[in-house]
Design a protein around this ligand. Structure first.
Ligand code: HEM
Length: 184
């Protein structure tokens, strides 16, 4: 029997921990994408998808955690076809490890109950808040246009511009006025 993941359980496989596999869900099917950790793992170009149901993001071709959900209601035929192409690719490339419980479904409630029962003594509340804060922080990092790479580039470009200006300045102030070439 394949495992059923709640959204919260799936998020535990977001690639943040190198020792854990990385999972993504597409149309409710959970794939183990650990083989492509360089894409979906921490710092990878598609880390926003890791640990999430990313059908919508794949359909509309947006690498954005905020678009990672199963809502395809307003998607065009072309976008739905794009999603089917992704699914075909994932089916040939990755192993299916389970199903994502539909939000609000009985399956999800069952999975959540099972999980709470497996951890006696934990209220769950404090942990939920931790996950939420982590999620917000990650989303903010992702949405900020000032990625560490961009900041480094800006600093280097700034330094080079200042250096070029300084050299130009030395060059201009150090240069003697040209003598008229009357004797040539
Ligand atoms: C400038 C735009 C982009 C470029 C140049 C680009 C390039 C690439 C390349 C070279 C790969 C590796 C392909 C492979 O080795 O199999 C890749 C994988 C991937 N791309 Fe993009 N990409 C772009 C935009 C996007 C966008 C907007 C999405 C949003 C859905 C996306 C989703 C993906 C996914 C999910 C994979 C991994 C597929 C897998 O697991 O095998 N890419 N991309």
């Amino acid at each position: 029997m394949s495992r059923i993941f709640t959204a919260e359980e799936l998020l535990a496989y977001d690639g943040a921990e190198a020792s854990k596999p990385v999972y993504i869900a597409v149309k409710g099917v959970v794939y183990d994408v650990s083989a492509s950790r360089e894409f979906y793992g921490k710092g990878g170009p598609y880390e926003a998808f890791a640990g999430r149901e990313c059908s919508r993001a794949l359909a509309i071709m947006k690498v954005d955690a905020a678009e990672c959900n199963g809502n395809l209601e307003d998607c065009t035929e072309k976008q739905l076809k794009t999603l089917d192409d992704w699914i075909a690719k994932f089916n040939t490339k990755y192993t299916v490890v389970g199903k994502a419980a539909e939000p609000g479904s009985a399956e999800e409630a069952d999975a959540a109950t099972r999980r709470a029962a497996a951890k006696p003594g934990s209220s769950g509340k404090w942990q939920d808040e931790q996950v939420d804060m982590d999620e917000i922080r990650k989303t903010m990092m992702r949405q900020s246009p000032f990625t560490p790479g961009l900041l480094t580039t800006l600093v280097i470009v700034g330094l080079l511009t200042a250096l070029a200006g300084y050299i130009l300045y030395i060059d201009m102030t150090g240069q003697q006025p040209l003598e008229p070439h009357t004797e040539l």
